[in-house]
Write a protein that binds this ligand. Sequence first.
Ligand code: URA
Length: 259
Amino acid sequence: MEERLQKIIAQSGYTSRRKAEELITKGKVSVNGKVVRELGTKVKPSDEILVEGNIISNEPKEYYLLNKPRETISSASDDLGRKTIVDIIETNARIFPVGRLDYDTTGLILLTNDGDLTNILTHPNSRVPKTYLAKLDKVITMEHFFSIKNGLEIEGRKVGVSHIKIKKKDEKKGTCFVELTITEGRNHIIKKLFAKLGYDVTKLTRTHYAFLDLSSLLSGEYRTLTKREIVELYKYEEVGRHDRKNRKNGSSRSRNRLS
Ligand code: URA
């Protein structure tokens, strides 16, 4: 199938669609050895695309939803030779994780070779909701529960929590499970949130990513996304745009989900 050149460049993750258009008009892009400056140019999967001398992959897009097991790395490769989540997926496509989960965190993570979608979902303005179930080394006090609910500052920035619930308390063992939904993606953010109040997160699972949930996926299992799910995930581009527009117009309210 033929696609617009700027779309293919953005999908490869090389840069955004707007920057790709700039590069094309500046004459930095060639197709099969010929410089192309026309924005509407269509390319086939077999065409060789070079951007600033770098080969751009035009392979078909693949999308996977994995229930990440513990002790796996959320990257395409690891310097220490540890198992990566990319190793779990049986494909020859050059897929990579969308965002990351810690080595000891389990649960939902997307993998794809669609750089365009990855950029949309990982952009802070897209505000993709992510729900985690955290096991704590102590039973959380109500005071601490409400300070997280009201937005605790981590490294100078408040962490917005749109949902928080104590799922289980074991007074005898002195542990509890807390479920919470956040839209940001700073590294180790859940552990930092609880650590600030003196709790250790002894187990962490991401149970929901956007509208996707674990459903029947067991640890280490994965499935491909449906066309409809891919279309729905692309709608987070609109959320980001809406958010930017709101901030430009001085409105502090921003949507975090398309209904
Ligand atoms: N927050 C964390 O602390 N770890 C994760 O893996 C994800 C969110």
